[in-house]
Design a protein around this ligand. Structure first.
Ligand SMILES: NC(=O)c1ccc[n+]([C@@H]2O[C@H](COP(=O)([O-])OP(=O)(O)OC[C@H]3O[C@@H](n4cnc5c(N)ncnc54)[C@H](O)[C@@H]3O)[C@@H](O)[C@H]2O)c1
Length: 314
């Protein structure tokens, strides 16, 4: 199979590329390294990596026209600065529109997308949130990602949009876990927000994406466990995996205004359409794998799409 992965040098994209290359598929990646890392993808047969932006319509059309993918997995996204509206709109809205149109023009019929659970807003009206919940994005990242999803619907392509809870694991550089690792390593003070999240280990997530690549599913799905854990539990798992000795319990701080208390998504449609898929990796094992990665490869930068309560955060 020939698969074009946008953002393929990022966390999700590179794990997916590894999985597909491992089974003999051909993979073409485009990435501008805005948040991705070159060492996420090792050069090997079957893999071509192009440095460039999905906002460059001509480049995207040339790549898809030459490669003629059977399928596009669109994992590129802009999110690293909550005030960088222009970058978010260009990559997440325009870029998605360009990728979808180029895929269609190249004769590709199916596209897989990743949507943020923040498409439901910071305060969803139900927990767990069902797929029928109204869309209410209230950040630049969520608004532009939602625009991208709507362009997919408009495209006439056969599409799957995985609305994700929090994916974590090796190569993950956004969210609390890499921040905890950095600060604990540097013996800096830590605190945790009084929030809860539904964490899905990357290998479990890729299992579902692989099924979608092989034809399962159509439309929107929640990639989530359906249960949540507190950020404090995540912190404690990180401390445990690192073998750090703490003087006392970590400080718990109230959440920022643009932060959701919990993001709990109802995964029942995913279970139904994806052979009973459910995340199987326990939090402690997943955190240990992430910590082993951070120890070996280091963390160059961490990113968040949130306005943080102060500079000295997490
Ligand atoms: N990781 C999560 O928990 C999570 C949650 C919700 C949604 N998502 C979505 O999943 C997808 C993958 O996210 P991720 O966690 O792997 O993030 P990531 O930052 O690791 O990967 C995104 C990749 O896109 C690349 N990129 C950014 N702008 C680009 C552009 N204009 N052209 C080409 N490449 C560009 C980045 O360099 C990076 O390699 C994204 O669409 C994101 O919105 C992720």
């Amino acid at each position: 199979m020939k698969v074009f992965i946008t953002g393929g040098s990022g966390f999700v994209g590179s794990h997916l590329a590894d999985r597909l290359l491992g089974r003999g598929d051909q993979v073409l990646v485009i990435d501008n390294y805005e948040t991705g890392r070159r060492d996420n993808l090792r050069a090997r047969d079957g893999l071509e990596v192009v440095e460039g932006s999905i906002t460059d319509g001509e480049l995207v059309r040339t790549l898809t026209g030459d490669f003629r993918p059977d399928l596009v997995v669109h994992a590129a996204a802009s999110y690293k600065d909550p005030d960088a509206w222009e970058s978010d709109v260009l990559t997440n809205a325009l870029g998605t529109a360009l990728v979808a149109q180029a895929a269609k023009d190249a004769g590709c019929e199916r596209l897989i997308y990743f949507q943020t659970a923040l498409c439901y807003g910071t305060n969803p009206t139900e927990q767990p949130v069902t797929l029928g919940h109204h869309l209410d994005p209230d950040s630049s990242y969520a608004i532009s990602k939602t625009a991208g999803e709507l362009y997919l619907r408009l495209s006439g392509l056969d599409w799957v949009s995985f609305r994700l809870a929090n994916a974590y694991g090796p190569r993950n550089i956004s969210g609390p876990l890499p921040t905890f690792f950095s600060r604990l390593t540097n013996e800096q003070p830590c605190f945790v927000m009084d929030t809860r999240r539904d964490f899905v280990f990357i290998d479990d997530m890729i299992d579902a994406v692989e099924m979608a690549i092989d034809g399962k599913g159509h439309g929107t799905y929640h990639l989530s466990s359906g249960g949540d854990v507190s950020i404090k539990e995540l912190f404690d798992a990180t401390v445990g995996a690192m073998g750090v000795k703490m003087d006392g319990p970590v400080e718990v701080r109230p959440r920022g205004e643009d932060d959701a208390f919990t993001i709990l998504l109802d995964p029942s449609r995913t279970r139904d359409d994806f052979d009973g898929w459910t995340p199987a990796t326990p939090l402690t094992a997943g955190v240990a794998a992430a910590v082993a990665y951070y120890r070996e490869f280091g963390i160059e930068q961490t990113f968040t799409h949130l306005h943080l309560p102060d500079e000295d955060t997490h």
